[in-house]
Design a protein around this ligand. Sequence first.
Ligand code: NAD
Length: 473
Amino acid sequence: MSAQQPYSFFHSVERSFDKAAKFTKWDLGILEQIKACNSVYQMRFPVKRDDGNIEVIEAYRVQHSHHKAPCKGGIRFSDEVNQDEVMALASLMTYKCAIVNVPFGGGKGGIKINPKKYSEYELEKITRRYTSELVKKNFIGPGIDVPAPDYGTGAREMAWIVDTYASLKPGEIDAAGCVTGKPITQGGVRGRTEATGLGVFYGIREVCNMPEVMKKQGLSVGIEGKTVVVQGMGNVGFYCAKFFREHGAKVISIAEYEGAIFNANGLNEEEVFAHRKATGSILNFPGSENLKINTDALELECDILIPAALENVINGQNAPRVKAKIIGEAANGPCTPEADEIFAQKGILCVPDMYLNAGGVTVSYFEWLKNLSHVRYGRMEKRFNENMNMQIIKQMEDLTGKSVGDAQKKQIVHGADEQELVHSGLEETMITATREIMDVWMSNPEIPDMRTAAYVSAINKVATSYAELGIFP
Ligand code: NAD
């Protein structure tokens, strides 16, 4: 809480929930049950630093909802970690999973450390100890609670977690499913790196394919030729820019913390990335114009604005100057509630983070399924499909007397590999979720924005799940 922000993070999530709950038919009791955090585990454990000193580490794991098992959510390493934040993030995970039909309850974990201040060996000790604390209290497991990377953690930490878990649970056949975001060699899945950026692209593309929505925004249907501005060239921003460009959109501006660049004819993110690597900055990219203040990019005339860097970058102050027709919240919380109100007045469509950046958790779900089935996606059917497709082509060639060219034959015959299947599953997930949210929104003109519609969609699904369990008659 602060002078500017009178509510705790968890309380503001509750407020957004309450705003949406008004548009549902559920009893107060069921709504209260959905909002509440089911289990909160606060722990303290000692770690011996490299200099011999003992430090007491503060850490958390929160399981917000047990309406589905397991719970799912990242683990962050940050100085800022506190119980309220972990509870808020866990509850957002419940709603996010529900929206994209990933059958998990929400969870989140956090260790209150700045990882930059610890050696790799110390980080390994902390991560392994944290995992064994979770095991002791039955707070981790493929059917209980499945962590993933978040701020300050990555594949390395996930590998330590799975190794610790497996060594404490000898013979547990599904041990690899106790955590996602693992390296491929430790049971990870291909296609996770680009998942969030690709999910953002699929979500926005689906919105752009809806004629009635595009008419309202004064835009033509489809992605082709749309102008796009991307803030942040990290993992999410880079892949957003890549997929928009590859599908015929023009990325006219890219912003990083050192400034922004503009080219009305479109930028190639791979070349910009290489230029930044070589010079240390995206500025002075050949053929583009520098915008000295990076936030100027947010106010450019464009069809689609993708904030993919930080929270609160579009707020009550700059929202009146935003000229984009659609905002795709790739980052978590880039637009404030004040900005939402301004977008509603200006007719800007804000596609909310809670569903738009759910590509990571969706592909985590695919990784978990892979771990439980103990087989790589595509292994069983790839060759079979290729042989069948080849037979079909041969029959067609025999019947028509014409032969299919080699390049075309290769394309038709080709059986899908793991990455292609993961992309396809993600595409299906994002298209379905977009349509479900739009249906909720269109069915009730009182719902003020797509964010509220996304919450309504989540509440309805979680409540139905409780009702079907017979907990609430
Ligand atoms: P990242 O650290 O890889 O990239 C963030 C980029 O933003 C960096 O290149 C950084 O230099 C840039 N940046 C920082 N300050 C900036 C500023 N003021 N102006 C312009 N650029 C600035 O992080 P990421 O994984 O790409 O995550 C970006 C956002 O997406 C975060 O809000 C994150 O919570 C959210 N998100 C990420 C994932 C994921 O799978 N990585 C999933 C869901 C949500």
